[in-house]
Ligand binder design. Sequence first.
Ligand code: FAD
Length: 380
Amino acid sequence: MKIAIIGGGITGLTTGLALLRKGMDFTIYERAPALNEVGAGIWLQPNAIQVLDRLSIGSLLREQGALLNRAEITNSQLKAYSDSSSIFENESHSNNILSIHRSRLQKTLYNAIPEEHINLGFELVSFQKVEENYEMNFSNGDRITADLIIGADGIHSAVRDQVFPGTLLRYSGQTCWRGISSIILPGPYKHLGIESWGKNLRFGFAPISNTEVYWFAVAVANKGLKDEPGTIKSTLLQNYNSFNPLIRQIIQNTPEEKIIRNDISDLKRLEKWCSGNIILAGDAAHATTPNMGQGACQGIEDAYYLAGFLEECEDISSSLRAFEVFRRPKVDYVVNNSWRFGKMAHHTVGRGVMKLIMKLTPDAVIRKQMSSLYALKEID
Ligand SMILES: Cc1cc2nc3c(=O)[nH]c(=O)nc-3n(C[C@H](O)[C@H](O)[C@H](O)COP(=O)(O)OP(=O)(O)OC[C@H]3O[C@@H](n4cnc5c(N)ncnc54)[C@H](O)[C@@H]3O)c2cc1C
């Protein structure tokens, strides 16, 4: 079986690695002419880390990032709304959120796959069925055939546009700046992920090494607004003026030109992820808002399970359908809760309700929710 993976982002590369471990034949086609080095940090939660361990690159990644033993929601002065330490101490997956630079994650995945399996500078434009195969047309003029196409080409997926035209993105009403700051965090923050809430503003941060901190700043905004060049840092410093001084110092120590801004959208639920021998994975299938820090983690889970279903495969299209049925409940849970969380965090009443829920929810309930999010089910 000749498998084409469209997109060499986190989902596409992890899918390639998972297929490689199963000894299957695949090629990744990525439109960028070189590996994308930009991007800020990312939090990989225990569900993703377990997959990366099973694919034998977990240890290599841990050496390049920072391990967080818990994530907390705090007020603007960094005081946690609830004491989560006992939950995380007793959680079987504790000590296992990996906070890492995106380019280090991408590079490690890329280096784990032999060169002959990756074609850079290949942008898929369209494809058509020719007898039992698919013929793919690339913008460089190449035409290549495959038995199966995996669309791992992100939220604006060209594969999805052709198979399921007219799918909709939902703008969350929020925009997000991200950066990497050169700063040594004080002791209590060395193994913590923080999301600090003020009125209509959020600021999250965590170390990605001893001297670097990944941060994100979320605000309510109209869609498509751009920053005047050279004004981002001063605007952020002004916006976060009433927050803890550590937050302002983190912003201050970030090179202005490295700050990235993205509007936050997700994908309206697709009726189907597969059609014939074509399947969507990662953001192409189910882009989510980043509020639960699970978008890439779900793409990584997709990669692992897709390889598992294809290994057992007698008939490609029924394996793809089985994969979709298997993955839907968890993905729906993440997308829906992440959307709700983001809406409540920027709504005066919603914020109050969330704080109350955080204070009153018994530890055992939170542990149960975390365990089901982090657990990897076995394929029957
Ligand atoms: C602000 C923010 C913070 C986030 N934080 C986290 C976090 O902490 N933890 C987490 O798990 N997730 C997080 N996410 C989500 C995460 O970034 C995404 O879910 C993840 O990057 C999706 O990976 P992907 O490979 O599916 O898609 P992408 O990263 O979009 O990769 C798609 C790839 O396909 C290529 N491509 C596109 N079109 C074509 C084409 N026609 N032909 C060939 N190649 C093509 C692109 O160049 C790209 O390399 C965050 C997202 C945002 C916006």
